[in-house]
Design a protein around this ligand. Structure first.
Ligand SMILES: [Cu+2]
Length: 168
């Protein structure tokens, strides 16, 4: 942060155009502060990512997100360096010719109620990791950055890779 500030100071002192300097300062500050905006109220419990057999390009992340705050927040997506994309999904159940067919669907967001929690677990809501860039083996760690709204917060979490739900 000191480095960024001294760069801004130098730019400001050298500039003959105050308005331009002001814009520059603003844009640097926005960029610099983005990773620091994670909502401290939201916490994570017991997360894991499912290990996949060779050839699988998708997997899922499961975790419990707790929101002690007085208003609801939403997970609108996530990023991970190990996957092309990460998105919130729900599990669906449809009757087709009298038979129950399980499926899943991407949704724009999942809500964590005020003073409540969102449980992402096998057979229920989850975060889908699409297009794995490497095989995830038991014992690996996967870092995810969750997008939390409102506030465009980023919450970085590191989850173990496991073949089944780890004992709590
Ligand atoms: Cu899914």
């Amino acid at each position: 942060m000191f480095l960024v500030q001294s760069v801004i100071y130098n730019e400001f002192m050298q500039s003959f155009h105050p308005a331009k300097s002001f814009l520059l300062v603003c844009s640097i500050f926005l960029t610099a502060s983005a990773p620091l905006m994670a909502d401290p109220a939201v916490t994570i419990e017991g997360g894991w990512v499912r290990a996949v057999p060779p050839g699988y390009v998708n997997t899922a992340a499961y975790l419990t997100i707790k929101n002690p705050g007085a208003s609801a927040v939403r997970v609108t997506g996530a990023t991970a360096t190990v996957a092309e994309s990460v998105g919130p999904m729900i599990t669906t159940e449809k009757k087709v010719n009298g038979q129950t067919v399980m499926g899943m669907e991407f949704v724009k967001e999942l809500t964590i109620p005020a003073k409540g929690q969102l449980v992402l677990e096998p057979g229920g809501d989850h975060l889908m990791l699409m297009g794995l860039k490497k095989r995830l083996n038991e014992g690996d760690k996967v870092t995810l950055i969750l997008n939390i709204e409102p506030g465009a917060s980023r919450l970085e979490i590191t989850l173990p890779v496991s073949r089944q739900q780890p004992a709590r």
